[in-house]
Design a protein around this ligand. Structure first.
Ligand SMILES: Cc1cc2nc3c(=O)[nH]c(=O)nc-3n(C[C@H](O)[C@H](O)[C@H](O)COP(=O)(O)O)c2cc1C
Length: 176
């Protein structure tokens, strides 16, 4: 799984929590989903502003990412852990130290009555720096995203390149 850091504003102050239940929903318009436990403090920010950010930490941010997933903003002020910045939505705090930041507007929240509430966000703007690009595209090796395996609670980093997508399958021959 990815291990991202989701940012919300609560009472005008940033709060960050680590989230692994995060996934791309569609390209047009670009949308992403995050599943957040209804008891977490960050839910208040989702409801207050209808905005959030998804920040992709690199593997060398594992310690601070884990910290954001260990302590609650109810008890500890997490607003000064990072250099915060805001974009066009004004209420979705983003993390300068993270290679990629996605600024999101909630388009729908889904409550199945379980532990989590699902927030579908339209990505209104994505932010990165030239040093994380190759040409005009984000370079996953340069971003070096933090990864997570849930069953054994471990963080991981990227392994080796395997092949070209929508390409190596063309040579695959199904067994008869
Ligand atoms: C690796 C990792 C992944 C996590 N993934 C999620 C997640 O997907 N959804 C969620 O609600 N909480 C997740 N958590 C737990 C929250 O990050 C944690 O409870 C946090 O302290 C809540 O902060 P808040 O109360 O300030 O909102 C995760 C924690 C860790 C360490």
């Amino acid at each position: 799984m990815p291990a991202v850091i989701v940012g919300v504003n609560i009472g005008g102050r940033p709060n960050y929590l680590t989230v692994s239940y995060c996934g791309i929903v569609q390209h047009t318009p670009p949308m992403i989903s995050v599943a957040i436990n209804r008891l977490h403090y960050s839910i208040e920010g989702m409801k207050e502003n209808g905005t959030f950010s998804v920040n992709i930490p690199s593997k060398d941010m594992a310690g601070i990412a884990d910290y954001c997933g260990l302590v609650s903003g109810r008890k500890v002020d997490k607003s000064k852990l990072f250099d915060n910045f805001y974009g066009k939505l004004k209420t979705a705090p983003m993390i300068t130290q993270c290679p990629v930041n996605l600024e999101c507007k909630v388009v729908k929240s889904i409550d199945f009555g379980g532990t989590n509430e699902i927030y579908l966000g339209e990505i209104v703007q994505a932010y990165t720096e030239d040093k994380y690009l190759s040409g005009k595209l984000p370079d996953i090796k340069k971003i070096d995203p933090l990864l997570f395996s849930m069953h054994d609670n471990n963080y991981w980093a990227l392994g080796e390149h395997v092949g070209k997508a929508w390409s190596i399958g063309k040579k695959y021959e199904p067994k008869k």
